[in-house]
Design a protein around this ligand. Structure first.
Ligand SMILES: Nc1ncnc2c1ncn2[C@@H]1O[C@H](COP(=O)(O)OP(=O)(O)OP(=O)(O)O)[C@@H](O)[C@H]1O
Ligand SMILES: [Mg+2]
Length: 283
């Protein structure tokens, strides 16, 4: 199982939209996908039409009150969802009384890892709290969502700083990759900004950029991923391309098979890690 955490401290930059629709594209391609709502706003839960009343949620899993497999729900688009409600905000408080609260999600995911190909974690706009720490502890890849709007680069670089700190503090390495979203190709400003973002992050960016589209808003309002609403539309196609990139990423980062029993197999060169150096200032 490859785990991706969708992060950025900036609110409303498209994290949930990207997480839900990537989950939909991967599941549409027959991958087994677990989407974890790690945001007390519960937007991923709502965007998948899941109305929680008394059912257990991710809060119960993190608190250690319920095993994860009893809490997940099958939702639209063949996605398995670990849902959230606003009660998740309480975890910040209860965590203060726990030992190793930031390891809870990783431990829970390890239990179900054989059942899924991908876990996608939709984080809240806070990159420094215990929920984000849980996400980054569990993640193989942190996907930094960068909205193609004003101050996008500044916000992204700030979040990168936080990610680097968390990585160092927890001694857990995850690769960080950038995904550009809310890209309005009709405006020269957005096109130039995308070029600037590409210049800054280079090969650490996904090739796919998610364009602004009313279809994505409509899909969320209908409680389904865009693949279910309109599989032929441009947004659905973009998420199929992104899913292809994510599948390649998962194959690349898989630990190499042991070759001890086969002394004649050619030695494979290790794949270079694409983790970030410390952020440089941008002009
Ligand atoms: N590519 C897009 N095209 C059109 N609308 C979009 C796109 N991406 C996101 N939106 C819309 O922008 C708003 C914010 O998006 P979203 O909820 O995905 O952001 P977020 O980063 O998860 O926000 P938060 O930080 O509050 O969790 C939503 O109304 C969503 O429908
Ligand atoms: Mg969100």
């Amino acid at each position: 199982m490859h785990t991706l955490a969708f992060v950025n401290q900036k609110g409303g930059c498209g994290k949930t939209t990207a997480a839900v629709n990537l989950a939909g594209a991967l599941a549409g391609g027959a991958a087994r996908v677990l989407l974890v709502d790690l945001d007390p706003q519960a937007h991923a839960t709502l965007a998948l039409g899941c109305a929680i009343e008394d059912e257990p949620t991710v809060t119960d899993v993190l608190a250690g009150d319920r095993p994860i497999d009893e809490v997940v729900q099958r939702v639209a688009g063949e996605i398995t969802l670990l849902p959230a409600t606003e009660r998740l905000a309480e975890f910040e408080e209860t965590a203060a009384r726990m030992i190793g609260p930031e390891r809870r999600l990783r431990a829970a995911l390890e239990r179900v890892a054989p059942l899924y190909d991908f876990a996608i974690l939709d984080c809240s706009p806070r990159a420094d709290g215990v929920l984000a720490a849980n996400a980054l502890r569990a993640a193989d890849t942190a996907v930094l969502i960068v909205e193609c709007g004003t101050f996008a680069l500044q916000g992204a670089l700030k979040t990168l700083g936080v990610l680097a700190e968390v990585g160092e503090r927890d001694a857990h390495t995850f690769e960080t990759l950038v995904l550009a979203t809310l890209m309005d190709r009709r405006t020269r400003f957005a096109r130039e900004l995308l070029i600037a973002i590409q210049a800054r992050f280079g090969e650490r960016m996904f090739d796919t950029a998610i364009q602004t589209s009313v279809r994505l808003r409509e899909a969320a309002a209908a409680g389904v991923p865009v693949q279910v609403l309109d599989p032929e539309c441009r947004s659905a196609q973009e998420f199929v391309f992104l899913a292809d990139e994510v599948r390649e990423l998962a194959v690349r980062s898989r630990p190499p098979a042991l070759t001890a029993t086969d002394p004649f197999s050619p030695a494979e060169s290790p794949i270079p890690s694409r983790s970030f150096e410390p952020a440089q200032s941008t002009r």
